[in-house]
Design a binder for this molecule. Structure first.
Ligand SMILES: [Zn+2]
Length: 483
């Protein structure tokens, strides 16, 4: 049986690939396109890494696997990483194991902790450290660390606009390390299905969108590594190169909770120390303004170096979800894009809204969001959760999903960065995700017949199963690309 090799390139977009190919670069990707097909890959709503890779590995919409965002809310406003739900789901490699096929699953996001499959799993993104058990079988970790003493999971450095090359070189170096491990596994272990994911392009595009040449260097590096990987694949291998979402310029931030406050859907408690906070915001000392001062004076080195540290520090002076007056609040936003929840009595223990009132509130939220359209924002799309998701997890999802100018505005983890509801980034990110990613499909040394010009991220799962002549489960939402 011919094997399958999927190389995931987190965040890759044809915006760069097409331009670079025209310039005579990316020879390996160009060859794959010429011998096979390229097409846009439509990802999940929202175009986020957790929902996207989860839909890839299950072939299902987020309503059936439950992963919509990085975090999810329980009934008491506690939140946890939502990818834990994937444990219960049947992923592509679980079905391949049941069919006695060997898989190597390398660095696919949200595969930590690694699970027992027929084959090998090495976890990537969200693996806490090299001390963790990040491989299955467990003793593979020792073998890899011995063979690759400089192995690491993520970049060692952070983006710093004053000296951007340090971070860029770190990304390039990490890409090479991961690629060498992929090559080693392909050459030395048994497999029918290989999958490896590169994360560097996603990271480069988030931080270097203002400087395209830096991003191009990462595409060229991935292409070079891809060439080496492909040269090791046997004739007849089905090769799929895919991203989980595309990328675009980050236009700005829409602070949903500040918007709701402004429009009267949300009220803050006004007593005690909250009065002081109101004064701070009004006099220009909001978390947003403070973070801008920190960046301007480059004081961040005095702040603990974790990922969202500046936001966190700045948010201490600001309003939090705990300051919301739930008795007078009809909606709040939460998550990367700030999707909307109406805090009804059934979904939330602190909720005060009767279910029969809910529909009217949802209607008026949709109207208010649509009113943002104008000079500054071109298009606001709003969906009720039932319109776009199907499955048992939809019940707990936010009531309204929306996109501002095709997701080119994101929200903020700090719930109230400012009293203005549009603002710049509180980090220094300049690029962010979009719906349209990439898919390139080719069979080494053969000509494939493909029946679509546009793929959905859920289509890869049934495509692989069909290639291996395995029955596609009836609850799969995607459909095969092969004729
Ligand atoms: Zn991603």
């Amino acid at each position: 049986m011919n094997p399958v090799c999927i190389i995931g390139i987190d965040g890759a977009t044809f915006k760069f690939i097409d331009v670079l190919i025209k310039k005579g670069k990316l020879k390996n990707i160009k060859n794959l396109i010429e011998s096979g097909e390229k097409m846009p890959l439509i990802t999940t709503l929202p175009p986020l890494t957790p929902s996207a890779w989860s839909s890839f590995m299950t072939g299902k919409n987020p309503g059936k696997h439950g992963v919509l965002d990085f975090y999810e809310l329980d009934n008491n406003f506690n939140y946890k990483i939502s990818s834990f739900k994937l444990k219960k789901q049947k992923k592509l490699w679980n079905i391949l194991s049941e069919n006695n096929l060997n898989s190597i699953v390398y660095f696919v996001p949200f595969t930590y902790p690694p699970e027992k499959i027929k084959g090998i799993m090495v976890s990537g993104f969200l693996t806490p450290s090299l001390k963790a058990k990040f491989t299955y079988p467990v003793d593979l970790k020792e073998e890899l660390l011995k063979k690759f003493p400089n192995y690491r999971i993520s970049e060692n450095t952070r983006f710093n606009r004053k000296n951007p090359d340090i971070f860029l070189n770190d990304i390039l170096n990490l890409t090479e390390i991961h690629s060498k491990v992929m090559e080693y596994l392909i050459k030395n272990k048994d497999w029918d299905f290989f999958m490896g994911v590169f994360m560097g392009i996603d990271h480069a595009q988030h931080w270097f969108w203002y400087d395209k040449e830096k991003i191009e260097k990462v595409y060229e590096k991935v292409d070079e590594e891809l060439g080496r990987i492909i040269s090791n694949l046997p004739e007849g291998t089905l090769i799929i190169i895919m991203s989980d979402h595309g990328f675009q310029k980050l236009k700005g931030h829409f602070y949903i909770n500040s918007f709701l406050l402004n429009k009267g859907f949300l009220k803050l408690k006004t007593k005690g120390k909250n009065l002081l906070k109101f004064i701070s915001y009004k006099t220009g000392l909001s978390p947003l303004r403070l973070s801008q001062i920190i960046f301007k004076l480059r004081l961040e080195k005095f702040i603990k170096k974790d990922k969202e540290s500046i936001g966190k520090t700045a948010s201490k002076v600001g309003f939090s979800y705990a300051d919301i007056d739930w008795g007078k609040t009809f909606a709040f936003g939460f998550g990367y894009y700030g999707f909307l929840y109406v805090p009804d009595k059934v979904r939330f223990n602190f909720g005060k809204i009767d279910l029969k009132e809910k529909d009217k509130i949802v209607e008026s939220l949709i109207c208010s969001l649509k009113e943002i359209e104008g000079k500054f924002v071109k298009k606001v799309e709003v969906w009720r959760k039932e319109e776009i998701y199907k499955g048992s997890y939809v019940e707990k999802f936010p009531d309204l999903i929306y996109s501002i100018d095709n997701f080119s505005f994101v929200s903020s983890w700090v719930p109230f960065p400012d009293f203005n509801y549009f603002g710049p980034s509180m980090t220094e990110k300049t690029g962010d995700h979009e719906i349209e990613g990439i898919l390139i499909i080719s069979q080494k040394g053969r000509k494939l017949k493909i029946n679509k010009k546009r793929a959905n991220i859920m289509d890869v799962f049934p495509t692989v199963l069909q290639f291996f002549k395995i029955d596609i489960p009836s609850d799969t939402d995607g459909s095969s690309l092969l004729t």
